[in-house]
Design a protein around this ligand. Sequence first.
Ligand SMILES: Cc1ncc(COP(=O)(O)O)c(C=O)c1O
Length: 404
Amino acid sequence: MDTAPVNPPPRLLMGPGPITADPRVLRAMSAQLVGQYDPAMTGYMVEVMGLYREVFATANEQTFLVDGTSRAGIEAALVSLLEPGDRVLVPVFGRFGHLLAEIGERCGAEVHTIETDWGTVFAPEQVEAAILEVRPKVLAVVQGDTSTTMCQPLADLGEICRRHDVLLYCDATASLGGNPFETDAWGIDVATAGLQKCLGGPSGSSPITISPRAVDLIDGRRHVETGIAEDRDVARGVRIASNYLDLAMIMDYWGPRRLNHHTEATTMLYGARECARLLVEEGMAAAVERHRLHGAAMLAGVRGLGLEVFGDVEHKMSNVVAVHIPDGVDGDAARAAMLEDFGIEIGTSFGPLHGKVWRIGTMGYNARKDAVLVTLAVLEQVLRSGGVTVTAGAGVGAAQEVYA
Ligand SMILES: Cc1ncc(COP(=O)(O)O)c(C=O)c1O
């Protein structure tokens, strides 16, 4: 087969993720490999744990990377927490809530869901009432559901879970780094994320943090693989159904025992480390504020273009906005024109919103003024080509007012 070296077209990725990676992350990922137990490598692993404690705002010792995309982190958390027959409650407010429920089912858990309309979030009382009814072992909730752009308030849920002796798992893939997230202050037991949104990297690594009480539970299911340690016979509890995503073994690998498990994805670790360094250097509060500012500018800009914003804007994530595709405009053709003529990608949508909304992100490396303004300028052109009457410069002008 005749092929050329990889040379992707220049793109500005302004969808709901993945987004254009920060060049610093790409540079870190081009560094040479070292051996898995090289002191340089284990040193990086220790640094990664410390950096992600800052990103997750936690003192949890067990804070590390699960190899694989964000979904690997979710599966690792749920398969390690849930035994067959355990009850899990999932408040569903978009596609990724359904994903948590689906993964819970695959773990053999008894899955209970509560649902609210796409574009809304739950009040804490609704979740507490469901907890009282279901009496779950785990409450599994998404913070920012990218499918609807909504951000579920979490501050009260940890306290509710503690009161009813429920473990709280949170998928913060789309929101971490761009919206407040306080693992310890909010009482979150396990949180997982990915790099391809507000962290400014490529997908392929899933940062995770695990509270001491969740560690105790997972450690109670510890079954060390045959042939790697003397103590394999001290197996206890119901064995975790996945080998690759067994957090008890992964903790032994990242911890001082350094018990062999998988071969760490070194290049992804370099990238994940740089993502966290970028955020920690900037300061988590400053990064959240940067996403708030550019998200506000994009919101004002799309409204300036006359587009109607989807969902409860009060509860929108800072880093992504969904807008109704105007009547008469072919949403996919407009997106294709943005990509082909201007090199800018915005997102389509899933399920009930498919063909109805576009999703536009301002996150990670692309939470920047120039990225916001150029996207709005191009959107104006595409809307006009689609037959929509737009005042010249209305989107860019409205965004500029936010910056002013
Ligand atoms: C909230 C949320 N959870 C999970 C995922 C799945 O992530 P990945 O595709 O990295 O496995 C995504 C991806 O968009 C997401 O937005």
